[in-house]
Design a protein around this ligand. Sequence first.
Ligand SMILES: [Zn+2]
Length: 165
Amino acid sequence: MAGARTAGPATVVGRWTHDPVQPTLVHPMVLQYTAQAELAEALTAGGDALAANRAEDAERAWGTAVRLATEQGNEEILDRLRRVVDILDAGAGQVRLHPDAGLSAILNVLISRVSRIGQDPPAREPEPEPAADRPPVTCPVCHKLSPADARFCTTCQATLGEATA
Ligand SMILES: [Zn+2]
């Protein structure tokens, strides 16, 4: 192999020399679905590798993600990937991890996944307050029970919680 490229910094990421799959063989919708699934898989694989301290694997996986996102024109994913890697050669899938890529940026890459299907990011669900854990309070005036978080008696409206004898 005498045709090694000499351009750019020498980051060792191998074997991304094959051409993209020819779209003539597969129905376009199937191809798009497959490509998106492949992209999501590559994103996840990169995060898993990084979590396991396998930086080279992470670079390879996210290099693949960059290549796929570039082929798909998925700027959203590319933008997120740029926060965690330097893109050396998008077409060849060559990236280099930012040494100081923040955990939040990495999580952002992983969580967002492929959201081109038109879904909004999931809204954060409010946690229900576990008010039922506390016992009800007894009214000092009428001696009926009221909920633990009630400030006034539900029966006679007397103020609760201040009746410390
Ligand atoms: Zn009362």
